[in-house]
Design a protein around this ligand. Structure first.
Ligand code: C5P
Length: 226
């Protein structure tokens, strides 16, 4: 099999990006984080002063914005350069305001259709580890391996909190926990491409499991899949 696709899905801060990037590095595959695309659309909506509740306006914008995710040219801890219509928005897409609105924006059909199409085009080249919410269920239902990372909301909020402190961003644990729960709630209950494990996904519980161990488990699954 010359074109391998690995799908990693799971709720907010379940470790998808950290784990996915390490798996991709070990395999020499492309790592692609689809959450960045939904965050970039949300940022565009906010920057233009569009009300995120306006489905038509938001969907239309999603079809016209140009999102590029490129290897980093600046070394400030970023994993990639995120460009929105050519402008660097790498850290802006991580803002609290984006996180508060991204799940509503991501629930719209027009937004999902536009993003899914681009993700399929990128994944089509093969040898990719793609992470998100609906990669195994919708974007690549024929993926060679599907992983669903799970962890308690408290554990995930703790991880996000540590990550923010590490970056020197002021954060409040309770606020992060509430916003994590709220995002999961919307992502799981939306009509289109809700967050859930694919029937053929391997579910990994990651509370108290070190990243290296999760990576090893996935590498073993890849070898077993042959
Ligand atoms: O993974 P991340 O936390 O960056 O994702 C941000 C948001 O983007 C999620 O809460 C979800 O609403 C949306 N998303 C999605 N489908 C994906 C990836 C992300 O709906 N494949």
């Amino acid at each position: 099999n010359s074109k391998i696709t690995i799908a990693i899905d799971g709720p907010a801060a379940s470790g998808k990006s950290t784990v996915g990037e390490q798996v991709a590095n070990r395999l020499g595959f492309l790592f692609f984080d689809t959450g960045i695309m939904y965050r970039a659309v949300t940022l565009a909506v906010l920057q233009r002063g569009i009300d995120p509740k306006l489905e038509d306006a938001v969907s239309q914008l999603a079809q016209t914005v140009q999102i590029d995710i490129l290897p980093p040219r600046i070394f400030d801890g970023r994993k990639a350069d995120v460009l929105l219509d050519g402008k660097d928005v790498t850290w802006d897409v991580r803002s609290r305001e984006v996180e508060a609105n991204v799940s509503v924006v991501s629930s719209y059909k027009g937004v999902r259709d536009a993003m899914t199409e681009q993700q399929r085009r990128i994944g089509m080249r093969g040898n990719v580890v793609m992470v998100g919410r609906d990669i195994g269920t919708v974007v690549f239902p024929n993926a060679d391996l599907k992983i669903y990372l799970e962890a308690s909301a408290e554990e995930r909020a703790r991880r996000r909190y540590q990550e923010l402190l590490h970056r020197g961003v002021s954060a409040e644990y309770e606020q992060i926990l509430a916003s994590t729960r709220q995002r999961d709630e919307i992502d799981k209950n939306r009509t289109i491409a809700p967050l859930r494990p694919a029937d053929d996904a391997t579910i990994l519980m990651t509370d108290d499991v070190p990243v290296e161990e999760v990576v090893e488990t996935i590498m073993t699954l890849i070898r077993e899949n042959g």
